[in-house]
Design a binder for this molecule. Structure first.
Ligand code: BG6
Ligand code: MG
Length: 215
């Protein structure tokens, strides 16, 4: 059966914003006096902003109990991140993505964004896809972060499609778990070994066919 709807994670699936998150967290780490490597950054993928900060602080061996101090640090990081993503253009849409999205549209498959990011609308605006999706559920509309299935279940509900009839595209382990908990099919985008819990894994969208969402 072909899925009636596809729900796309944004960061790492539609665009490679992980590099900008990395630059901003690295800058914060440097200010706090420690180094933050690209390998460390893997641990932040798919994780919410505040949880990311907790991981960053633990890597630096820094303990902060004051919530308002933590909020200030997260805001500082976000301001830098917003500076970086404000320069993005549609050239940064990952290879094959537009062809695949257009293929879904031509076949009457509904499409949605399901992202933890509160910067989703800014990114979609920068890459010219603000009005392209049927439904957008982002970090401003949910209360529980992935691996909780809330973001995907909300998207299915707004699309008016049963969870079992949705395919999710995800690059993060937490996102794959969220999709499974939502009883949806899930295609991992990226490294086969890292994303081994997905139903299928693709390295990129280049050359992908509609069969990818036939189960
Ligand atoms: C996810 C990213 O999509 O959004 C995470 O993979 C990020 O790295 C999270 O922390 C929250 O993003 P934002 O833009 O609200 O800080
Ligand atoms: Mg992602």
């Amino acid at each position: 059966m072909r899925s009636k709807a596809c729900i796309f994670d944004l960061d790492g699936v539609i665009v490679d914003t992980a590099k900008y998150h990395y630059l901003a967290w690295k800058r914060l780490a440097a200010e706090l006096g420690f180094e933050f490597t690209e390998k460390d950054n893997e641990r932040l993928k798919g994780v919410s902003r505040m949880e990311s900060l907790e991981i960053l602080l633990s890597i630096g061996g820094i303990r902060i109990d004051d919530e308002s101090k933590k909020m200030a640090l997260a805001e500082k990081k976000n301001n830098w991140y917003v500076e970086y993503i404000s320069q993005m253009t549609e050239d940064e849409i990952l290879p094959g993505v537009m062809d695949f999205l257009n293929l879904l549209k031509r076949n009457g498959v509904k499409i949605a964004i399901g992202s933890a990011s509160k910067n989703t609308m800014l990114i979609l605006e920068r890459i010219g896809l603000k009005d392209f999706f049927d439904v957008i559920i982002d970090g401003t509309k949910i209360t529980r972060a992935k691996p909780d299935p809330e973001v995907f279940l909300k998207a299915a509900e707004e699309l008016n499609v049963a969870p079992e009839e949705c395919t999710v595209f995800e690059d993060a382990i937490a996102g794959i778990e969220a999709a499974k908990r939502a009883c949806m099919k899930v295609v991992g985008v990226g490294n086969r070994e890292t994303l081994k819990d997905a139903d299928r894994v693709i390295e990129s969208f280049v050359g992908q066919d509609i069969e990818l969402i036939e189960w």
